[in-house]
Design a protein around this ligand. Structure first.
Ligand code: MN
Length: 201
């Protein structure tokens, strides 16, 4: 019988140093967030794949299949979202306004850039517990969605082009319980060049 192998996930490098987003996001948060939290999703997704592989080889007789699929969904989604999140950010700028294709699209779909910001921020601020605000592309349309954990309340088949992690681990050391302040500061570090490139894909 052929050995079925899924490619294991590796933690991607950040496209900048851990202190690059200061003072909006501290070096301490970025270091822990990348090397502990993101890594745990990579490890968790790989562990689920290990279990499923053992099952396929007939060695996973006591596998809790439903729990393993839940783990795969959670950890794989967590890995995907963090990978987008890192590249969605860059060194902060006080006046960090999008231009070109992304600005036109946001104006067309939300009325104005400010209206889009308000909608995205409202999603980020209203996530219950842990989650994300995402701007996702579905063919020619852009949708703001609110993700619970990493994998609930999303929409299958849409492509996130801008994501904001609002789990407490993403901001608590810098902003304590003031998620709103973190969300408002996030605009300074958005890499609109990356968002524009994702829009064009
Ligand atoms: Mn996170």
């Amino acid at each position: 019988m052929t050995t079925i192998k899924h490619k294991r996930i590796e933690l991607p490098d950040l496209p900048y140093n851990y202190d690059a987003l200061e003072p909006v996001i501290s070096k301490e948060i970025m270091t822990l967030h990348h090397t502990r939290h993101h890594l745990s999703y990579v490890t968790g997704a790989n562990a689920a794949m290990d279990k499923l592989e053992k099952m396929r080889e007939g060695l996973g007789l006591e596998l809790d299949y439903k729990a393993t699929l839940r783990d795969l969904s959670f950890h794989l989604s967590g890995h995907k979202l963090h990978s987008i999140f890192w590249t969605n950010m860059k060194k902060p700028e006080k006046k960090n306004i999008p231009s070109g294709a992304i600005l036109e699209k946001l104006e067309e779909q939300f009325g104005s850039f400010e209206a889009f910001q308000a909608e995205f921020a409202a999603a980020a601020k209203s996530v219950e517990g842990s989650g994300w605000a995402i701007l996702a592309k579905d063919n020619e349309d852009l949708h703001v969605l609110e993700i619970q954990n990493h994998n609930l309340l999303g929409a299958v088949g849409v492509n996130p082009i801008l994501v904001l992690d609002v789990w407490e681990h993403a901001y608590y050391l810098d902003y304590q319980n003031d998620r709103g302040k973190y969300v408002d500061a996030f605009w300074q570090v958005v890499n609109w060049g990356d968002v524009t490139a994702r829009l064009a894909r």
